[in-house]
Design a protein around this ligand. Structure first.
Ligand SMILES: [Zn+2]
Length: 220
């Protein structure tokens, strides 16, 4: 019998989860907020998006994101080069932030997802699964590639008046990476991962025992 409790995301009422039938969802018995849905137990989609994001991440960092042509002289910079240049201009904090939010966090995020998804897809449970899931959830708010891209586009438009701006392969790849990471994160359901780790966790039981949309009962 399941012993874990689940807290309503809206009103914090603790409830004991029950099994869900197909096409039903569990709602809070007090405020009717959505508690959980039947699991979409498919790892192919998140894995495909994650691997695509990994390839794009490597391309984005290996090739220059932008080149500037002034009086016939061309300079170009990679993302890491940009962070380095900022550090050399005595903007160490900004440099550290750029490195952390656009290189380190996406790298850790993608590594953790590959670490979880590849063995699980092959039917094995990775040894440090709980740690990897917690790391993923903790660093998710720190990935800021989209903020970086937006800032980059604004400055490129402004620089257009002073120099000829040549978008590099890295910039296009970064644009695609944005969508690939968003799709990977959106299709990555931590509950599916936990269910492979411990099948007795909430919302992971697919035996059709209840057809009610009020599947959750208040905890005593
Ligand atoms: Zn509630």
């Amino acid at each position: 019998m399941q012993s874990a409790l689940i807290a309503c995301p809206e009103c914090d009422l603790l409830q004991r989860p029950t099994a869900l039938a197909e096409h039903t969802v569990a709602r809070c018995s007090r405020c009717f907020a959505l508690l959980y849905q039947p699991l979409d137990d498919d790892l192919d989609r998140p894995l495909a998006f994650t691997l695509a994001a990994c390839i794009l991440f490597v391309i984005s960092n290996a090739f220059p994101i932008v080149g500037l042509e002034v009086q016939g002289q061309t300079t170009s910079a990679t993302l890491f080069g940009t962070a380095q240049a900022l550090a050399m201009q005595n903007m160490k904090l900004l440099s550290a932030l750029v490195f952390f939010t656009t290189i380190l966090v996406p790298a850790v995020q993608l590594s953790a997802m590959v670490y979880l998804l590849v063995p699980l897809r092959a039917g094995r449970v990775p040894r440090r699964l709980p740690l990897a899931v917690r790391v993923l959830q903790a660093i998710r708010p720190w990935g800021m590639i989209e903020v970086f891209i937006l800032g980059l586009l604004v400055s490129l438009v402004k620089l257009g008046a002073m120099a000829r701006v040549v978008p590099g392969i890295g910039l296009w790849s970064f644009g695609a990476l944005l969508f690939a990471i968003a799709a990977a994160v959106a299709s990555f359901d931590a509950r599916v991962i936990w269910s492979r780790y411990d099948p007795s966790l909430p919302g992971t039981d697919d035996q059709n025992r209840s057809r009610s949309s009020h599947a959750a009962a208040p905890a005593p």
